[in-house]
Design a binder for this molecule. Structure first.
Ligand code: UDP
Length: 188
């Protein structure tokens, strides 16, 4: 359907994190799931952003199956939620800085409370809920002031991909990930 997806594993992605952090190059991790494949056609800016992203993860068993049927080399699903959890573990282990953008205010607060409990060594640099009245400019200013390593964006498809495609260049962070409903899951 014209949407690129990478043959990568969780281990490959985690191995890349310190390299991106060191070089200052932005690591953009995007979930290529069946919804994006089908509906992405309506959003050329999102397709372009996926094309230019550094890590396009095969997020869905359907993606893996289609690759097998078409003779592709993808063998393993990389789920966006599971990858986010691995990033949190990594950030905890390395005392890194994490910013959360998206979801309803209560969901966001509960998710962060649980994350702080589970990963006491990571640093929560800030949060903005997904229904904020802040302008796009103010959101970017707040994230940049927080000097974060990881930025998780949970606005659902297509908002999170549109936001990232428009703003990654302006936002100072090392690792960007679109995480859909992951904050809802983490909120318990
Ligand atoms: N969301 C948000 N702002 C919006 C729309 C959605 O913060 O304007 C959040 C929503 O509260 C939820 C997450 O995005 O936490 C995922 O939303 P949804 O379930 O609609 O997306 P999907 O998981 O289907 O991509």
């Amino acid at each position: 359907m014209g949407i690129p997806v990478d043959r990568i594993t969780y281990a490959d992605i985690l191995e890349d994190v310190p390299n991106y952090c060191k070089s200052g190059e932005k690591m953009t991790v995007i979930s290529v799931n069946p919804q994006i494949v089908v509906e992405g056609q309506n959003y050329p800016e999102i397709i372009k952003f996926i094309e230019n992203s550094t890590h396009r993860i095969p997020d869905g068993i359907g993606i893996v199956m289609v690759s097998k049927i078409l003779g592709g080399k993808i063998r393993e699903r990389v789920a966006g939620f599971d990858l986010m959890v691995k990033f949190l573990e990594y950030a905890n282990e390395h005392h890194q800085r994490v910013f959360f953008y998206g979801a309803k205010p209560d969901v966001l607060n509960d998710a962060i409370k649980n994350i702080r409990k589970e990963y006491p060594h990571l640093i929560v640099t800030g949060k903005i809920d997904g229904y904020t009245k802040l302008t796009e400019e103010q959101i970017i200013e707040k994230i940049n002031a927080a000097q974060t390593d990881f930025l998780f964006v949970a606005l659902g498809f297509p908002k999170q991909e549109q936001w990232l495609s428009k703003n990654v260049e302006k936002v100072q962070a090392n690792v960007f990930q679109d995480v859909g409903g992951s904050f809802d899951v983490l909120s318990g």
